[in-house]
Design a protein around this ligand. Sequence first.
Ligand code: 5GP
Length: 125
Amino acid sequence: MAYAYDDQNIFAKILRGEIPNNTVIETTHTLAFHDIQPQAPVHVLVIPKGPYVTYDHFAAEASDEEIVDFTRTLAKVCKMQRVEADNADGYRLISNAGAHGVQDVPHLHVHVLGGRRMGRMVEPA
Ligand code: 5GP
């Protein structure tokens, strides 16, 4: 089954400039911006510019160039936010997908959370 991308999702609108965002860094294939409802002192969303719904969709179908750009940009975000695990106190990455992942926005995003110690990895079911 192919992934169906809904180009009316809020991150698609951000990418088209229809909705403002607080950008951390923008590259050829990637945009990183602050989450509008931060759950931690550092809460940045890293998204590819391409129409990918989930991480597995992106990992399977994006070009090598997009994947490298996304991954390297995520590393830059960690350094820019001073949460990188070698010099600073670390972070947590979360990428919710689908119903069980409780994904609200159907455009791939990786949450970069840091600036405080995170709680349990997942809530009990
Ligand atoms: P999800 O539940 O899909 O993993 O996370 C969606 C995230 O997008 C949430 O953390 C939510 O606060 C964030 N979000 C939703 N709408 C907007 C928006 O318009 N701007 C920004 N910057 N973040 C948003």
